[in-house]
Design a protein around this ligand. Structure first.
Ligand SMILES: C[S@@+](CC[C@H](N)C(=O)[O-])C[C@H]1O[C@@H](n2cnc3c(N)ncnc32)[C@H](O)[C@@H]1O
Length: 223
């Protein structure tokens, strides 16, 4: 799937890249019962719209994407807007290879998980579960399961509930954003909100704490 994304970024066909912050994320950050700023992990961050928004709201943010082109734009966007975000070029199914310090209180994924194969999904879930604190929130947007050629295969509530075994599903709401241009515009899009319930002792020992590694000047390639 990341080859497909590489091609789409190269040719400029990126219907998801609206430059708009998701209203579902805004609600989590700005509404009356908003989460307090903490550490956020933006999985499949693309050009960094949401990661930079979170940084503006006091979050300490790590953005991860497998494709260099959007990461360069994300990095430039953060510099232009004067915020610091730690960017990694890496496979989200290999999070345990990164020297990330556990302790994330928010994991955000707008359209990455639903494009992964099932074995990648299991590795992704193990990685984010190890990196998130008990009680952390995960907000993930997925297309409904489908067989459209070259589309992300999607995910439904049953699959998400089963795969995120350490997480409790606390909400499932239709995406309120505009439908993407192109052949996927009629697919239902759902935001799933989950809370990590397993105790922190479930973290993998390989994810030992590292020093403060926030970087403004470059992003790191871990592919
Ligand atoms: C639909 S786009 C969404 C981008 C961004 N979240 C947004 O809302 O604009 C999915 C993103 O996930 C990234 N991605 C897909 N598979 C990945 C993987 N295995 N590891 C890291 N990033 C991946 C793609 O490169 C792409 O930027």
């Amino acid at each position: 799937m990341s080859l497909a994304y590489r091609i789409m970024y190269r040719v400029g066909f990126t219907p998801w890249d609206t430059g708009e912050v998701s209203s579902e994320l805004r609600a989590l950050v700005e509404d009356g019962d908003a989460l307090p700023p903490g550490r956020a992990l933006d999985i499949g961050c693309g050009t960094g719209t949401q990661a930079v928004y979170l940084a503006h709201h006091g979050w300490s943010v790590t953005g991860i994407d497998a494709v260099e082109q959007p990461l360069r734009r994300a990095h430039a966007r953060a510099i232009a807007e004067g915020v610091s975000v730690e960017w990694f070029k890496a496979d989200v199914a290999r999070l345990t290879d990164l020297d990330l310090k556990p302790g994330y209180t928010l994991v955000f994924d707008r359209g990455c998980y639903h494009g992964l194969r099932s074995e990648q999904r299991a590795a992704y879930v193990a990685g984010v579960t190890a990196l998130a604190v008990s009680g952390a929130t995960l907000l993930v947007m997925a297309f409904e399961p489908n067989r459209i050629l070259a589309a992300p295969p999607g995910a439904d509530e049953a699959e998400i509930t089963a795969t995120f075994a350490c997480w409790e599903l606390t909400g499932a709401e239709p995406d309120r954003g505009p439908a993407p241009a192109g052949p996927l515009r009629n697919l239902a899009r759902t935001w799933y909100r989950l809370v990590r319930r397993c105790p922190d002792a479930h973290r993998r020992s390989s994810l030992s704490a590292t020093g403060d590694s926030h970087v403004l000047g470059h992003f790191r390639d871990r592919t």
